[in-house]
Design a protein around this ligand. Structure first.
Ligand code: 6GU
Length: 239
């Protein structure tokens, strides 16, 4: 998979060299290229922002550098039209289902906005070069798209076959089955006076699976009442 990132702070992405994704890049499973938006400016000050039409606080990212950057990256890249991902608190919420959609693509291009956002016309232009998604991490505000893009790249990157060593660890985790993950324990069996739940030491695999499922359902109900429990009717109490 090819991923291009456009940002005015390319060094945010230095950490892509470490851990699982760093190894995936070294192995050629993931081709990530980070670009400085200012390389597509043409004035002496390398200006990327300007005041908003209509007034208001803050600055807006100018369309010209973005247009030039996206044109170059779309034509340079692998065959097929890219998926442009613009992290934005005004976007659709990014979920594990979104990550699975994105990993099916050959080429992702992340456009990281700062300030009050990017001139709206840039999104329409990107849509002429490929598909466009505006994606939010959740209902809070970050200073720019970089940290969100990192999170999305990690969530998508670990779904590429071969990136995560044991593929079973991909299915047995929070959100893959619509539920939060069950609690985990390791040795010692008693730590600071607290015992590991006895069922986990029983060797009874059916009982363990049943206990884990019940734990998943219980903690999902308590911690995430907004999530549907698979097999239960929405909003109705179990009869
Ligand atoms: Cl994707 N961007 C920004 N700037 N803030 C956010 C976000 C994204 N998701 C949550 N907050």
């Amino acid at each position: 998979m090819r991923i291009d990132v456009v940002s005015i702070f390319p060094s945010f992405f230095d950490v892509l060299d470490v851990s699982l994704l760093g190894r995936a890049r070294a192995q050629g499973l993931l081709d990530v290229r980070v670009h400085d938006l200012r390389d597509w400016t043409s004035d002496r000050h390398r200006t990327v922002d300007d005041t908003p039409y209509g007034g208001g606080a803050g600055m807006v990212m100018k369309p010209e550098p973005w247009g030039a950057a996206l044109d170059d990256i779309a034509t340079d890249a692998a065959p097929g039209r890219p998926l442009f991902v613009f992290p934005s608190p005004a976007g659709e919420v990014f979920t594990q289902a979104t990550a699975r959609e994105f990993v099916a693509r050959d080429h992702l291009v992340f456009g990281c906005g700062r300030y009050e956002g990017i001139d709206e016309r840039v999104f329409a232009h990107a849509a002429s070069l490929g598909e466009v998604r505006l994606v939010s991490l959740g209902d809070y505000v970050l200073n720019g798209g970089e940290v969100a893009a990192m999170a999305i790249i990690e969530a998508v990157g670990r779904l590429i076959p071969g990136v995560v060593g044991n593929p079973e660890s991909l299915v047995e985790e929070s959100h893959e089955d619509g539920l939060l993950e069950y609690p985990s324990y390791t040795k010692p069996a008693v730590w600071r006076g607290v015992e590991v739940p006895a069922v986990l030491l029983s060797g009874n695999h059916a009982a363990i699976a049943q206990w884990r499922r019940a734990q998943q359902i219980e903690r999902t109900k308590v911690r995430r009442p907004d999530l549907r429990i698979p097999g239960e009717n929405a909003g109705e109490p179990a009869s």
